[in-house]
Write a protein that binds this ligand. Structure first.
Ligand SMILES: [Zn+2]
Length: 259
């Protein structure tokens, strides 16, 4: 059988770890959360106090862990992370969290029991493309991963209370990614690794779309082929595995991360 005939699933050579205890799983999620913040910082996604990543507690599903406001993405440590409930009340740690971020993320976690992590940052290309209120198109293999997987949120444009946040979550629906008009991108995952990978590659997809569109009228993949890419390369397993290539660059090489 040639390489091209192998099913996509056969390329998944590593899978997400399984833990014996929730304590072990919690530590793993917190280490990945701090690591994802550092990856986002190095990717240039920092914007002052803005941007937030949340991961659900493995034991108490109505509690979330998040990066606190005012700590550099690039310097995030496990000990900086805080635990909050869905109303934004601090349960662990004493640093403040972005209140609007908590509202939006908590609403998505509440509406989507399958979602373990939500990522959002004011990345340049994701923010720029969000201004059009349109999905990224299947113009390359990488952008096709998001074919029919993007929610476009035009209302509410901002969410300042729980009711507006619930409308945001309803508009998000069951999609992998959301673009809120004039704001930026949000991604979800069944692992934090997966959600982080979708954010990294979605921001790049927005950049590709902006570049291609600025140069002319790009060709689009036929819908049935784009759909196949979205199913094959857009699986949770592929998202998790793709992030390992990033994690391997920063993980164990940065012991301060685990402090
Ligand atoms: Zn934001």
């Amino acid at each position: 059988m040639s390489e091209t005939q192998r099913p996509v699933s056969s390329f998944i050579t590593r899978t997400a770890p399984v833990f014996d205890t929730v304590d072990e799983e919690r530590i793993h999620r917190l280490q990945r959360l701090a690591g994802v913040c550092r990856v986002f910082g190095h990717a240039g996604f920092s914007e002052g106090l803005l941007g937030h990543v949340t991961v659900r507690d493995p034991e108490h599903h109505d509690l979330l862990w998040a990066n606190p406001m005012g700590v550099s993405f690039r310097r995030m440590r496990v000990s900086d992370l805080v635990q909050i409930d869905h109303d934004g009340r601090l349960r662990h740690g004493d640093r403040p969290v972005n209140p609007v971020g908590v509202l939006l993320h908590a609403a998505v976690h509440r509406a989507r029991p399958d979602v373990v992590a939500v990522c959002h940052a004011h990345s340049t290309h994701g923010s720029a493309w969000s201004a059009f209120g349109r999905p990224v198109e299947p113009i390359t293999q990488d952008t096709s991963v998001f074919f029919e997987q993007q929610a476009i949120i035009t209302e509410p444009r901002v969410a300042m209370d729980a009711a507006q946040a619930d409308r945001f979550a309803a508009a998000f629906g069951d999609k992998k990614v959301a673009l809120q008009i004039g704001h930026g991108i949000f991604t979800t995952g069944t692992t934090i690794d997966e959600a982080a990978w979708w954010f990294l590659t979605m921001d790049r997809a927005c950049q590709v779309q902006l570049l291609a569109q600025a140069a002319g009228e790009p060709e689009r993949w036929p819908p049935e082929l784009a759909r196949g890419l979205a199913v094959g390369l857009g699986s949770p397993e592929f998202g998790w595995l793709s992030f390992q290539t990033v994690w391997d660059e920063i993980g164990e090489s940065d012991p301060e991360l685990f402090d």
